[in-house]
Design a protein around this ligand. Structure first.
Ligand code: ZN
Length: 156
């Protein structure tokens, strides 16, 4: 795989994001033959969407095609910057089997988070979390998930 070529595309998307007034992050998803499935760029400010990070934007732009890994290997996501925890989670939910980034993160390293558990510790400590306060609704949600997992569309 031509890392230099594809990282350059991700960086071009980052430059495009900056030109639009957004944070300078870009991403591109590539098949094993080097064909481009989709591109993405940060649109948090320009799009008014707090989840519109470059990696998530590229995954969204890939649409339904991303669910069908190409013959000869899976998808590779190239990112201009090391993905944050949200984007790493999205990547792990997709059939993306290779992740490459141009520059490590100085503020939101998902890998450092996994290793140290220190991702935005100030926010985690301040967040009020209420888990399963209504048992009947918990059971109803479990029943929905069970029904989905028994269905034909479920892929474990
Ligand atoms: Zn992110």
């Amino acid at each position: 795989m031509d890392h230099d070529r594809h990282l350059r595309i991700a960086v071009e998307e980052a430059e495009r994001a900056l030109a639009e007034g957004a944070s300078p992050f870009g991403a591109v998803i590539v098949g094993p033959d080097g064909s481009i499935l989709s591109r993405g760029r940060n649109q948090v400010l320009s799009g008014g969407d707090q989840t519109a990070h470059a990696e998530v934007d590229a995954i969204r732009a890939g649409g339904a095609a991303i669910a069908r890994p190409p013959a000869g290997g899976g998808w590779t996501l190239y990112a201009s910057g090391e993905p944050c925890l949200m984007c790493l989670g999205a990547i792990l939910l997709c059939p993306i089997d290779t992740l490459v980034w141009a520059a490590g993160s100085r503020v939101a390293s998902a890998y450092a988070t996994i290793l140290t558990g220190a991702y935005r510790a100030d926010r985690v400590g301040a967040l009020r979390v209420v888990t399963e306060p209504v048992s009947a609704l918990r059971d109803r949600c479990h029943a929905l998930i069970d029904a989905f997992e028994r269905g034909a569309r479920h892929v474990p």
